[in-house]
Ligand binder design. Structure first.
Ligand SMILES: Nc1nc2c(ncn2[C@@H]2O[C@H](COP(=O)(O)OP(=O)(O)OP(=O)(O)O)[C@@H](O)[C@H]2O)c(=O)[nH]1
Ligand SMILES: [Zn+2]
Length: 363
């Protein structure tokens, strides 16, 4: 039926459900699990999950399992048998490494080795896509169709999840309007919205860039702390202002402001990463400990937006070779890399050195 949600809309709905603490059903043929994010599950829902026929398990990443001294029999993840007295607080402390110093002892933990973990792996991927900590409570469901209908839950097929999570929802321009700015009175802000109800992204055009020549361009990922709060822990704020200033001085340019806070893990998780950094881990290790890749961003959004705006070649303001590689792979020619080294402070020398050493950033 055309009024029914398609699979990418269902996944967007599943992400919203998980963030609210609602369960989601994941199916593969006859098999199914009902799952909640460990970070958001409430007391009541946990009690209801426990009342189902089978024992709930808590799925966590193998890396997290190692810290918790739980055996990971499923390679990249572990299924912990949930203790009968587990509370939402216990679940959150299992999920959150930033809490380890405050709540050190969670074990001993028994992990499952029987059966397959594919549905649990999908649950973790969905929870991560919802910008929640990668930990999920799951219970097998014998008769999913009747259960889903009776409870009004979102149900999705496992196969579709990995396919949809791997690609971007198309973006459409919603509006653009004149925006006089300090760097140039000839500013224009465009707002783009994805079809699946996800984050909007913005493009700021300075002057009237010539579409036939490489445009001075910057792909800037949102950093609430650096862009707005003047944080000394990163170089984002000074980079944002320097990029705009250069565009203003040259009279033309385009800055894409991508809502990919915290290299795509969201502000709450970035703050968890900061708390781990205060415990001695570097920016990459902190992401890994939380169960994320060091960089979860998808720069294809940037090239999609540039193409929509009519650009095919850029002079890219960046120190990040991954941004250059992605532009080239997706059909935007990088005529020149324009270095952007500003904003070094006593607080971010370690951060910048880690990005150079581990993420290949150019000096
Ligand atoms: N997860 C995480 N994200 C961080 C941390 N510090 C800054 N960020 C985020 O990193 C992103 C920085 O993005 P960019 O300014 O595009 O930086 P970049 O990838 O270094 O590339 P260039 O600046 O172009 O060289 C923003 O989304 C910040 O919120 C951190 O310690 N952990
Ligand atoms: Zn920053």
């Amino acid at each position: 039926m055309s009024l029914a949600p398609d699979i990418s809309e269902l996944i967007a709905r599943a992400r919203a459900d998980l963030r609210m603490g609602l369960p989601v059903v994941i199916r593969a043929g006859e098999r199914a699990i009902i799952t909640c994010a460990a970070e958001t599950v409430t007391e009541d829902r946990l009690r209801d999950l426990r009342a189902l026929d089978e024992t709930p398990v808590v799925t966590i990443t193998a890396r997290r399992a190692q810290t918790l001294k739980a055996r990971a029999y499923d390679g990249d993840l572990a299924r912990i048998v949930m203790p009968s007295d587990a509370t939402p607080g216990w679940l959150r402390s299992v999920a959150d490494p930033a809490d380890d110093l405050r709540a050190p002892m969670k074990g001993p933990m028994t992990t499952q080795r029987d059966g397959t973990a594919d549905l649990h792996r999908t649950a973790l991927a969905l929870v991560k896509a919802a910008h929640l900590l990668p930990a999920a409570v799951a219970v097998p469901l014998a008769d999913p169709s009747a259960f889903v209908a009776a409870n009004g839950l979102t149900a999705i097929d496992q196969d579709a999840v990995s396919e949809i999570l791997g690609r971007n929802s198309p973006l459409h321009e919603v509006v653009s309007a004149r925006l006089p700015m300090e760097v140039s009175e000839a500013g224009r802000l465009h707002v783009f919205r994805p079809e699946d109800g996800g984050e909007e992204h913005y493009a700021i055009e300075i002057g009237r860039p010539n579409r036939a020549a490489p445009v001075l361009a910057r792909l800037h990922s949102a950093c609430f702390t650096g862009d707005l709060m003047g944080s000394l822990k990163c170089d984002c704020g000074p980079q944002l202002r320097a990029a705009l200033a250069q565009m203003g001085a040259e009279g033309a340019g385009v800055l894409l402001y991508l809502n990919q806070e915290g290299r795509g893990i969201g502000l709450a998780n970035k703050m968890r990463a900061y708390s781990l950094q205060d415990q001695g881990f570097d920016t990459v290790e902190a992401n890994h400990r939380l169960g994320f890749e060091d960089d979860e961003r998808d720069f294809r959004i940037g090239s999609d937006l540039l193409k929509t705006l009519g650009f095919s070649a850029v002079r890219l303001l960046t120190n990040n070779p991954a941004k250059i590689a992605m532009m080239e792979q997706t059909g935007i020619r990088v005529a020149e890399r324009v270095p952007l080294r500003v904003g070094e402070t006593a607080h971010n020398t370690g951060y910048l050195a880690t990005k150079a050493a581990k993420s290949g950033h150019l000096l």
